[in-house]
Ligand binder design. Structure first.
Ligand SMILES: *Cc1c(COP(=O)(O)O)cnc(C)c1O
Length: 363
């Protein structure tokens, strides 16, 4: 019975491995350092009591406030159910299944491939080069038939920014052929690096943003696509009629008020201080081989025995994110910046682990 239902599903859906979100992976932790969330809840309250009415498709206050925050015009902003919906809307608007392709550069965020597979669009990968920068010649070789190039900057999970000169070269080589999508989910941790001011020079540049990370609202599900008006108008054709519920628009509007933005900036500077403290402590741990610099709210580190580290901390309720399976990231775990106390607990647990990968009994 269930087998015949399975056979009714689209072939690409049958073959699909769904996104392994931190929530799906589970765990019984009390220190959650695996989803790049802000560690504490921000106190917003609902002010709209009109749930009998359908919401606005693009709530005016949210769009106006985000446009003001990003330094853009209101017709350059689209709001959606998280940045993840933006990733998918672009594919639905620009890629013909079975004909067009998308391209991205692993190791990077997992949803580009999951969305492409779900919709049935070919995806091509060009491995990141030295220091996880773009391999531009290899990208140039593989652009034929590509409509969207997703570049995550700062990159998840490596934490580095992509060289802006390389982004310019990529934008030049794709002009008139493909859109370049800069995923700026973590840009609040390095706002000077945003490409938003480049939109006036590049009609094919798209930028993804979210309230899930620095704004501490991962549970709200609210993200933004920034692009020139022509791109936004195309996305508006494929977006659901009511993508945001009234409570989401209500809270998002408050988060984007002057006070909401000031609170976010204060959280960001606290997290950055904790991050630098955590980086220096990690470098003193025997089980840590290398700690990579970060421009974000997480740190990537390479361990002498990452599966043992992951398991030992997991058993103590400290949940990290295993990146070991990503290309080039053997032995790597990603640690989100929690409260100072949570990071201290992670360091205390790591300090007790030995340096070599040889099991202790044999050492
Ligand atoms: C978290 C994340 C997203 C998704 O953001 P949502 O708004 O929560 O959907 C997109 N891109 C990257 C790189 C992320 O890390």
């Amino acid at each position: 019975m269930s087998n015949s239902i399975e056979n009714l599903a689209r072939a690409n859906v049958r073959a699909l491995t769904p996104y392994q979100s931190a929530r799906r992976l589970g765990g019984n932790g009390d220190v959650w350092l695996n989803a790049n969330e802000y560690p504490l809840a921000v106190p917003f309250e609902l002010s709209q009591h009109t749930l009998n009415r359908y919401p606005e498709c693009q709530p005016k206050q949210v769009i106006e406030r985000y446009a003001g925050y990003a330094g853009l015009a209101v017709d350059q902003v689209l709001v959606s159910r998280g940045a993840d919906e933006g990733i998918e809307l672009l594919m639905r608007a620009f890629c013909e299944p079975g004909k067009d392709a998308v391209l991205f550069c692993p190791p990077t965020y997992g949803m580009y491939s999951v969305s492409a597979e779900t919709i049935g669009i070919e995806y091509r990968t060009v491995a990141a080069g030295e220091n996880w920068q773009l391999n531009l010649p290899a990208i140039a070789d593989r652009l034929d038939g590509v409509k969207l190039v997703y570049i995550c900057s700062p990159n998840n999970p490596t934490g580095n920014l992509i060289d802006p000169d390389d982004m310019r070269q990529l934008l030049e080589m794709t002009r008139g052929k493909a859109l370049v999508v800069a995923d700026e989910a973590y840009i609040e941790f390095c706002p000077q690096a945003s490409l938003a001011s480049w939109l006036k020079d590049y009609p094919h540049l798209v930028i993804l943003r979210t309230l899930s990370k620095a704004f501490a609202l991962a549970g709200l599900r609210c993200g933004f696509t920034l692009a020139n008006a022509e791109v936004i108008a195309l996305l508006m054709k494929v977006i659901a009629p009511y993508p945001l519920s009234t409570p989401v628009a209500d809270i998002a509007g408050q988060a984007l008020s002057d006070e909401g933005i000031a609170l976010m900036r204060q959280h960001v500077s606290e997290l950055i201080a904790t991050r630098e403290w955590l980086i220096s402590r990690l470098r003193d741990c025997a089980c840590v081989e290398q700690v990579y610099d970060s421009t974000t709210n997480y740190i990537l580190a390479r361990f002498t025995d990452s599966s043992r580290v992951f398991k030992t901390l997991w058993e103590q309720g400290i949940i990290l994110r295993d990146q070991n399976k990503q290309p080039g990231l053997a032995g790597c775990l990603r640690i989100s910046i929690g409260t100072r106390d949570e990071c201290g607990r992670a360091i205390a647990a790591l300090k007790l682990l030995p340096g070599s990968s040889v099991p202790q009994e044999q050492a």
